[in-house]
Design a protein around this ligand. Structure first.
Ligand code: GLN
Length: 488
């Protein structure tokens, strides 16, 4: 039973559909694994084992009576704590929402329920998805399963760590500036940020609405392909979802490298750690030997990605988080009984340091007098970055970069210096600013045994091509990785 947790997503799907595995046995094995390793990894905020086991029993009943909801019926999936599930606490790892019970399901959650997935809610995250290490959670810091003295990345650190520690095969996260791809990279798994507008944001607690997207983590590519098919599509409850044809997992096949043009970076312009740099160059060489043409791209605009992202994201977050006023949702403090005091005391007690920093930054850049100089300028620069990607895709099929400039750093290493923490997003934020899709794929280990990740990017709504390249990349010997069985 114990070994069931080391199955890949595709093996699980196959076994369930062949009736050689029950959802109950599988879920029991995962719950035991969580029991034995999550005290070290700290991916889950809490877990209602009975409720989860009941869902598994119901799924097995459906299978027995030939009434499965879909081929995914009975597959367990983890949910980040900023995605609403009716009747569950959705805290965003914030004290201000510590007791907030969601009154409705996010669209992605309704879709998963309709297919019969077994939901494991409440994966830890940076508070309101602001961070790159999960150290900004108000409740606990998640750890990297490859080395528990290190961070798993963020903000979806709990979702990534749960899959990397074999506590689940797949999970959902959200990505505003890299929060799916960076933790996927640091934890040695696959993580996809879909094209902006591909997946409904209804029921995702908003951080920066023009950048946020929900996406999947998986321990293999099939999990990514299937989940994108399930999650994607127009939603009348989210006016930013796009009216394009839905994505079909079966449209993905391994692409040939021969004759393909791959956009690459000149690595000397960026401060990659030596192991990340070496692996990136080795992979490029391998692809060239398979017949791909490498096209060096001018990424000089990338140096504006961090400032532009942090101006736009903080401006939007200051507006989105104004709803947490102590009246409508969550924590309320009312010592003096005056309205203004109620607002400020509730918000002072409920929000953590990083969230406050960003609300201040955003409010400042939106204030009259500074709006044009900061927010307005950032919006103009965003247009240039978007245009730059459109130009890139006139000459290349796919862009290949490291996902993160380094492998997982130590807990506490960057917490004193927010700017250094923001630099962890140098390669991911521009993708959200442009709205294009990107995936992080495992690319082997560094000398300390820590995972390296490679980010692939294609043009808007070209996920079929993106995942075809990702699948081909994942077959390279250089990219092979095994997840840790023992968590130390
Ligand atoms: N690390 C980035 C930030 O703190 C990205 C977070 C995210 O994608 N949610 O904003």
């Amino acid at each position: 039973m114990k070994d069931l947790v080391f199955l890949t997503y595709s093996e699980i799907k196959k076994k369930l559909n062949e009736n050689s595995l029950t959802s109950f046995d599988l879920v029991t094995a995962y719950l035991e694994r969580i029991q034995s390793v999550d005290s070290k990894v700290k991916a889950f905020l809490n877990l209602n084992a009975d409720k989860i086991l009941n869902q598994a029993k119901e799924s097995d009943e459906r299978r027995k009576s030939g009434k499965i909801l879909s081929e995914f019926d009975g597959i367990p999936i983890g949910i980040k704590d900023n995605i609403c599930i009716r009747g569950e606490i959705t805290s965003c790892s914030s004290k201000i929402l510590e007791n907030f019970e969601s009154p409705y399901d996010a669209t992605v959650v309704s879709k998963l329920k309709e297919k019969g997935f077994i939901l494991f809610p409440r994966l830890n995250m940076d508070e309101f998805a602001m961070g790159s290490s999960t150290e900004n959670s108000a409740f606990q810091t998640s750890k990297n399963p490859f080395d528990t003295e290190r961070i798993p990345g963020g903000s979806s650190g709990g979702s990534a760590a749960a899959v990397a520690a074999s506590m689940l095969p797949i999970s959902l996260g959200s990505d505003t500036g890299g929060s799916i791809r960076q933790p996927a990279s640091l934890c040695g798994i696959w993580g996809l940020k879909p094209t902006y507008g591909r997946v409904s944001r209804y029921g995702l607690v908003a951080y920066a609405s023009s950048l946020d997207q929900i996406g999947p983590f998986s321990n293999d590519m099939e999990g990514i392909n299937d989940l994108l098919e399930i999650l994607a599509g127009l939603d009348t409850k989210d006016q930013t979802t796009a009216k394009v044809t839905n994505f079909e997992a079966k449209s993905v096949s391994d692409l040939e490298w021969k004759g393909k043009k791959i956009g690459v970076m000149k690595t000397d312009e960026f401060n990659f750690s030596p192991d990340v740099n070496t692996r990136y160059l080795e992979i490029l060489k391998d692809l060239e030997s398979k017949g791909a043409t490498l096209v060096p791209l001018d990424f000089s605009l990338l140096k504006y990605a961090i400032p532009v992202y942090y101006l736009i994201a903080t401006a939007e977050c200051s507006s989105n988080l104004s709803r947490f006023d102590g009246i409508r949702y969550g924590l309320r403090k009312e010592s003096t009984g005056k309205l203004d005091d109620l607002y400020s005391e509730s918000r002072s007690a409920g929000f953590g340091k990083e969230v406050k920093r960003r609300i201040l930054l955003g409010t400042f850049s939106l204030s009259s007098g500074y709006y044009d100089a900061y927010y307005g300028k950032a919006q103009k620069a965003r247009v240039l970055i978007r245009k730059q990607y459109a130009d890139f895709f006139k000459s290349v099929d796919v862009i290949l970069q490291p996902t993160s400039p380094t492998t997982a750093f130590k807990v506490g290493e960057k917490t004193k210096d927010p700017i250094q923490m923001y630099q962890a997003d140098i390669l991911t934020t521009s993708v959200n600013l442009a709205g294009v899709p990107a995936i992080s794929c495992p690319a082997g280990l560094d000398q300390n045994g820590l995972p390296i990740g490679i980010q692939l990017t294609t043009s808007h709504f070209d996920e079929t091509k993106l995942l075809g390249f990702a699948s081909a990349l994942s077959k390279l010997d250089l990219c092979k990785i095994s997840l840790p069985k023992e968590i130390k």
